[in-house]
Design a binder for this molecule. Sequence first.
Ligand SMILES: [Zn+2]
Ligand SMILES: [Zn+2]
Ligand SMILES: [Zn+2]
Length: 415
Amino acid sequence: MRGKVEHYDRVTGQLLHRYSTIREPDGVLRVACKTRRASRCPACAEVYRADTYQLVRAGLVGGKGVPETVSAHPCLFVTLTAPSFGAVHVRREKNGKVLPCHARRDAQTCPHGQVMSCTERHSADDPRLGEPLCPDCYDYDGSVLFNAISPELWRRFTLALRRRFAKLNGLTVKALREHVSIAFAKVAEYQRRGVVHFHAVIRLDGPDGPESPPPAWATADALAQAVQHATAAVTAEIKPLSRTFRWGTQLDVRRITLDGELTEQAVAAYIAKYATKAAECVGTLDRRIQPLDDLNRLPVREHARRLIAACMRLGSQPGLADLRLIHWAHMLGFRGHFSTKSRRYSTTLGALRAAREEHMRAEEITTGRLPLFEEDTVLVIAHWQYAGQGLSPGEQLLAAAITGVPFSNVGGDSR
Ligand SMILES: [Zn+2]
Ligand SMILES: [Zn+2]
Ligand SMILES: [Zn+2]
């Protein structure tokens, strides 16, 4: 931004303070864009990542207004996966050795003449990872529809989990609420094949949230049992297509303990890492796709192109308008939030931001950019002009060092 802010005495009209961007480097004031996506702005994504880390961590060990006693509450780290939509190239390791991708002695040949076997030991940067052995057999529609319905599947999972946990303890859901509440924090992660899965922290509290301990009978083991049951039980249907979706059979449930193999730092860091990523790590586009875009000319690999094409095709079916697949085609159908939490999990991103803004305001008063007045006793006149979007040359170098890729400005000039 380029411009100035003047503070006048309301009674005398006297100029009390003037700030102008003229004295700033390059004559512009850099304002944070506040994106969470590392591909758009590494600096702002880092702030978002750190906030998410603190938010998740506070729910595990306390702090930021959450009592430390929360660390004694039973807590699980759960990964819910998507089902298979066809065989894809994978890299698996065992005892430090890379295994063959899909070694099948009696491999079938698909109707398109493709032998459903791959004996390669793929390197970690092989672009074929996550791509189907036969694209013509692959269920692209299923993949994008699962992404579209996954927020609903998650919602139903949380309801089923409460129901099951109540039942295991011989209670109704209503009666359970008088003794126990279940708190969640979760992130979505794109797998290489282009479907989302969810990593979640699931914690047992007493009836008043993190301030209250859960009763002794509300154990991590019972919670884990309820998670297993709820994961297998829930479904979500896309009625116009008569398609029913459920979670994949790969479910990972681990206990979070302060000194165990899965520590609270590891979990918070893991969740925060995914909070700044989006679908671009699958090789799709980092922008919305317009209806007039020529899909054949998008700079993406064939797998991503087919996923995007499935979104555009299904999205134009009248019965599926609610899924907004065209709008979210660049996200391969997923329109949910990347990181979400239940109300009483811990603090909020808003509270963390407000605390930071208060801190920065105090700092800017010491630098003289802001005057030390009560806002309502003075008249503030501001003139601002948009100068452009991007990073300064120094910030670009820093961004490249953080991300490991050369960073170029997008959508505008850095001046
Ligand atoms: Zn930014
Ligand atoms: Zn392979
Ligand atoms: Zn095939």
